[in-house]
Ligand binder design. Sequence first.
Ligand SMILES: Nc1nc2c(ncn2[C@@H]2O[C@H](COP(=O)(O)OP(=O)(O)O)[C@@H](O)[C@H]2O)c(=O)[nH]1
Ligand SMILES: [Mg+2]
Length: 205
Amino acid sequence: MDYRGSDTIAGPASADLLPDSATMAVKVVIVGGFGVGKTTLVGSVSEIRPLTTEETMTQAGAGVDDLAGIERKTSTTVAMDFGRISITDELVLYVFGTPGQERFWFLWNGLFEGALGAVVLVDTRRLEVSFDVIGRLEDRGVPFVVAVNTFPESPGYPTEELRAALDLDPEVPIVACDARTRESSKDVLLTLMRYLYGLSARAGR
Ligand SMILES: Nc1nc2c(ncn2[C@@H]2O[C@H](COP(=O)(O)OP(=O)(O)O)[C@@H](O)[C@H]2O)c(=O)[nH]1
Ligand SMILES: [Mg+2]
């Protein structure tokens, strides 16, 4: 056999390579409670094979993670999801997903470093996880939008009711999404980008 050493090691697929035209990379974080669809969203939107670290739920989660309504879920993300999406030829988003439960907060310090903004993914069956997440983002001064992932059994609330329940500032965008759909997930990220753009335009005035 003609063994040619490292020449035979496959490089990244060409789709994984960043186009030469990309001049701006922005880091955003998807955060939310257990089972709200973070891994699904990063997976549906990413143009590279998403990196996901999952581990079968351990005793550490027993009694801590509220499983109401999501009994079928048997694994939970312990570290993070990672994906990439090109918004335009020049602008690339690096998308990180991370759990919102308190026992994962140690991950937040590194993950939020350099992040321009965040998406809080919400399941209306379990809004209480989002309270902590939103409070922490506000403490850190990280701008965020709220995306409501639509599960069939989740109660639907009018946007303003949700805004009141989550105690959100009037300008914080709230959008509905289906994290399984690329277009919908991309819309969420575009909403965040537009919001960040608006904030920076206002700050620059
Ligand atoms: N019906 C519906 N199911 C979803 C949606 N997003 C995620 N799921 C399902 O909900 C479960 C939890 O999603 P996952 O992405 O693992 O949640 P994570 O813990 O936030 O990463 C999975 O079984 C998904 O297939 C959605 O928009 N609609
Ligand atoms: Mg996950």
